[in-house]
Design a protein around this ligand. Structure first.
Ligand code: HEM
Length: 503
């Protein structure tokens, strides 16, 4: 087994940090934003078809970036008519221009959580929930402050409750693999991810509520119509027009999933009593707090885990057995040294932490971010400055910004140790949480309230996995907004039984 200290890593990274480019940017020439919107209506439909069907998501941005020789350009954002009143956006594709979206003095983030369209508030009990509020709205402060306090109160439960769900997840994965010779990770991961988040916030298993054993599929039924305008099911060519009309043209009405949502509401309102009782300390009514808690648990957290967990296994699976051996070595030594799976042990796992950040960099689970200019602005890419008018929408496509070749060496390559040692400095270019990884979420910004929990969950997933297994193989394919992972083999840890003593 190669030792952690033998990585030939950190030195290459020292050379890749851009030399004083922040300073040089000040003198950048002012240019017209290239690109355009085409004919009214038809231009937006053309861009929509390019995005979903003709060019695909990355192809859409790559083609225009090449055509205009610019990482900032004008285009119509998906889905367009008739979902969005105004699909015109200014696309941002580099690490220099993208962070304008984090500056709450410059951009407004009201109702832009899904982009150029907003799903009906019928999906959330008639309330505009936290994710749709701008920090200038007083409710944003109360709700985000409330959730910070809820998260702080659950801190001690984060690791043990997750480990319990992960044990069940891996038991199920193993038994499927032995009976069917392969195991589809996603549905198993979804079941136990939901089990975890429900347990964390509601203090019991969703199975013991009106949701029964199908809790996560009930939640999926509610989630899908809200994000459907942003996805394609990958249908054959002859069905593309039908799909486009059904999911990209008109909103899917919320009444279709009302009975499912009512069930979710019932489960939360009757189980999360301790959490909901705290709401009044923040000036919030229980009912509004409950709709917000549902969105936070089922959309923000469970929805994020649906994408992130498969993505972790995809990249680590592709990296192969050498990385697995290094992770095994680090994880088991630190757990042994610290006497268990603790915050302190995880904090010392430099490679595990770097791997998680690298997955979040190379494949950010939420790829799109939006904001309206609050005033006339000048934004900067690496090569030029551009004027943006008050009210115009900026649309950042994060996978390009966090694979910016001017910031990251070999940006398309999964480099497990990228954020170790001096490489940690580049965490300021990791944007997955709608903020720099070196900055913190607050009631005054729109950075993910669960930023630290997400990073922790990903680390614990790897810790638990590599305590239990030596290595694995899997295949991965594009699936809706993320990845589908099929496990082909799992090699159990030879010393698994000794390690069980740390449980
Ligand atoms: C893999 C999991 C997750 C991912 C990828 C993720 C990602 C994000 C992103 C990108 C945003 C900003 C959206 C925008 O306004 O442009 C966001 C916002 C938010 N996230 Fe997360 N998130 C995850 C999990 C969580 C968790 C665990 C929580 C809390 C328990 C949470 C709570 C929130 C809240 C409340 C907001 C809105 C913040 C505000 O309005 O200021 N998220 N998340």
């Amino acid at each position: 087994m190669s030792s952690i200290s033998s990585y030939s890593i950190i030195h290459d990274l020292e050379d890749q940090l851009p030399s004083n480019y922040e300073k040089e940017r000040e003198e950048l020439p002012l240019k017209e934003i290239p690109g355009g919107y085409g004919l009214p209506f038809f231009g937006a439909i053309k861009d929509r078809w390019d995005f979903y069907y003709n060019q695909g998501r990355d192809g859409f941005f790559q083609a225009r970036m090449t055509q205009y020789k610019s990482t900032v350009f004008r285009a119509n954002g998906p889905p367009g008519p008739f979902m969005a009143k105004n699909p015109k956006v200014i696309v941002l594709l580099d690490a220099a221009s993208f962070p304008i979206l984090f500056d709450m003095t410059k951009v407004e983030k009201k109702n832009v959580f899904d982009g150029t369209y907003m799903p009906s508030t019928g999906f959330t009990g008639g309330y505009r929930v936290l994710s749709f509020l701008d920090p200038s709205e007083p409710k944003h402060k109360s709700l985000k402050g409330y959730f910070f306090s809820v998260l702080a109160s659950k801190h001690e439960n984060f690791i043990p409750v997750l480990r319990k769900s992960l044990t069940e997840l891996f038991n199920t994965l193993e038994s499927q693999l032995s009976s069917k010779k392969e195991a589809n990770f996603n549905p198993i991961s979804d079941t136990y991810s939901f089990e975890y988040v429900f347990n964390l916030f509601c203090g019991k298993s969703p199975k013991d509520t009106v949701l029964g054993s199908q809790g996560n599929t009930t939640v999926d039924t509610w989630l899908v119509p809200q994000v459907a305008p942003l996805i394609t099911l990958g249908v054959p060519k002859f069905l593309q027009l039908v799909e486009d009309l059904l999911i990209h043209t008109f909103p899917i009405p919320s009444f279709l999933v009302k009975s499912k949502y009512n069930k979710i509401y019932q489960a939360f309102s009757s189980s999360a009593t301790e959490v909901l009782d705290k709401a009044k300390d923040f000036g919030l009514e229980k009912e509004e707090a409950c709709h917000n808690l549902i969105f936070l648990t089922c959309f923000n957290t469970y929805g994020g885990m649906k994408v992130l967990f498969p993505s972790l296994f995809k990249w680590i699976g592709q990296a192969g057995p050498t990385l697995h051996a290094q992770l095994v070595h680090e994880i088991r030594s630190m757990v042994k040294q610290e006497g268990g799976v603790t915050f302190a042990a995880i904090e010392k796992m430099a490679l595990t932490k770097s791997v998680v950040y690298e997955v979040l960099r190379i494949e950010p689970p939420v790829p799109f971010q939006y904001g309206h200019a609050k005033e006339d602005l000048v934004i900067q890419s690496h090569d030029a400055s551009f004027k943006v008018k008050k009210g115009e929408m900026m649309f950042g496509y994060q996978p390009f910004a966090t694979k910016d070749p001017k910031v990251f060496d070999k940006p398309e390559k999964f480099v497990a140790y990228r954020f170790m040692g001096k490489g940690e400095e580049n965490l300021k270019y990791v944007f997955w949480s709608n903020g720099r990884e070196t900055e913190d979420p607050s009631v005054d910004n729109k950075q993910c309230a669960g930023r630290d929990l997400v990073v922790l969950m990903a680390r614990v997933l790897l810790v638990e996995f590599f305590l239990r297994y030596d290595t694995f193989t899997c295949v991965a394919e594009q699936f809706l907004v993320g990845t589908r992972v099929i496990f082909k083999s799992l090699t159990k840890a030879s010393k698994f039984h000794q390690l069980k003593s740390f449980e």
